[in-house]
Design a protein around this ligand. Structure first.
Ligand code: SF4
Ligand code: SF4
Ligand code: SF4
Length: 420
């Protein structure tokens, strides 16, 4: 099997196909701390793409409550368990070496096996096909926290909670296809019906070639390829590609954020296209908001990087959940990411304002420095907030958004207090 470089793992790994990379890559950052679990994203995707017969249980976007929820049920626990059993059988440990980090190994080196490396000889990757019962309840265990300590007969904590870790906790995990750099679904397909687009790295299933063998359903570790009984083909998130291509009537010819990203009232999502170098690394672009947050500030992390598909949706981890759980889910960069989110740098605080202020993808930002607005302490350290102005530019380098760190207050005239 050929070897490819996976920068999430900081090393080469086995993959069915050799290195071949798109010019740009569809990517996003989700700020878990801001999500209100409203499912507007889920509804927007369903209303756009999966409202037809045979798609009733198909939720390309879903938001599940961790640690107990999941769609399909227990998808991550099951694949983690398979990976763990494979390590035990091989006498290996799924450990990270974080003693040395650099640009090509920002989280250190993963010395365990990926789902491809742990697979039996006749398989491309570890995997399973969830039975129908596990696809039936997308909101399984919604809003269910871990148990309260002490007297919790009526479900109310008498202890209170404080950072850095809450004893009783849950959080929302927003999920869609990760448009992986090394998609397990594409590697698994015996019909070669799944492909990654050269122009934007979006992973699509060619419906004319698909024969519904469900190998992609089996081997996508995130369970984001789904089978449709009425057409006997598999389907998955299409990354709203007409919007990304700039073909939506509203887009004015430039790439727009997808439906699930653009509707988010919690303003947790930022979607964009990043430049990819020939070797598959992210071309340096420090004023691109996604590049800045993921590669420079390292405040957003990949979901289960140990699976080895190099997923392209990144998460700012929730501040209150137990760190060991988060490290399993987002890798060893969790502590640094949370520290940087809790006391953001001047530039990061400005960039965080850009989320959901325009439907157009932002390709570049600029910051105009403003006055000191607040001086305080965070975790015993001095921290300052400046009222800077952040400006976002679209693919044609036109200004599409401008806002300040401190939200302005508008006073309505007395005679029209109730109008906008
Ligand atoms: S998340 Fe799954 S379906 Fe999407 S590209 Fe990755 S392996 Fe394929
Ligand atoms: S990107 Fe588009 S197709 Fe994919 S989950 Fe979001 S709304 Fe659905
Ligand atoms: S629309 Fe936004 S805030 Fe609401 S559930 Fe989806 S990601 Fe969370």
């Amino acid at each position: 099997m050929p070897e490819v470089y996976n920068w999430h793992l900081g090393r080469k790994m086995a993959y069915v196909f050799g290195e071949a990379h798109p010019q740009k890559q569809f990517a996003a950052v989700f700020n878990i701390n801001r999500c209100i679990g409203c499912q507007t994203c889920t509804g927007a995707c369903k209303a756009t793409w999966t409202f037809s017969k045979g798609q009733e249980a198909m939720w390309w976007n879903n938001v599940e409550s961790k640690p107990y929820g999941g769609f399909p049920q227990h998808w991550d626990i099951k694949i983690l368990q398979m990976l763990d059993e494979a390590h035990q059988a091989a006498g290996k440990k799924a450990e990270w070496d974080t003693t040395q980090t650099n640009d090509t190994a920002p989280y250190g080196v993963y010395n365990g096996m990926t789902i491809t490396e742990a697979a039996a000889a006749e398989q491309q990757a570890l995997g399973y096909i969830p039975p129908d019962t596990e696809w039936r309840a997308p909101l399984f265990y919604e809003d269910t926290s871990t148990h309260y300590k002490g007297d919790d007969k009526i479900g109310i904590s008498t202890e209170g909670a404080s950072l850095p870790e809450h004893q009783t906790w849950f959080f929302y995990l927003q999920r869609l296809c990760n448009h992986c750099t090394y998609p397990a679904c594409a590697a698994a397909c015996p019909r070669k019906a799944i492909y990654k687009r050269q122009e934007d790295g979006i992973v699509l299933i060619d419906q004319a070639r698909c024969r519904g063998y469900r190998k992609c359903v089996e081997q996508c570790p995130y369970k984001k390829s789904m089978y449709r009984g009425t057409t006997r083909t598999s389907e998955k998130c299409v990354a709203c590609y007409p919007r990304v291509e700039g073909n939506d009537p509203l887009s004015d010819g430039v790439p727009m954020e997808t439906r699930c990203m653009a509707v988010c009232p919690g303003k947790i999502r930022m979607n964009g296209l990043v430049d990819i170098a020939e070797d598959g690394s992210w071309a340096e672009n420090p004023k691109h908001p996604l590049y800045f947050m993921i590669k420079m500030e390292k405040v957003a992390l990949p979901l289960y990087p140990q699976f080895g598909t190099e997923p392209n949706i990144y998460y700012i981890p929730p501040r209150w959940a137990p760190r060991a759980y988060l490290r399993q889910m987002f890798g060893p960069g969790v502590d640094e990411a949370i520290a940087r989110y809790i006391a953001p740098s001047r530039e990061l605080l400005a960039v965080l304002q850009l989320f959901r202020t325009t439907q157009k993808m932002i390709f570049r930002y600029e910051i105009e420095e403003g006055p000191l607005a607040l001086e305080t302490e965070v975790n015993g350290q001095p921290w300052k907030m400046y009222n800077d102005t952040v400006i976002g530019f679209d693919a044609k380098d036109r200004e599409v958004t401008r806002l300040t760190v401190v939200e302005p207050i508008y006073e309505r005239p007395m005679e029209r207090l109730n109008s906008i």
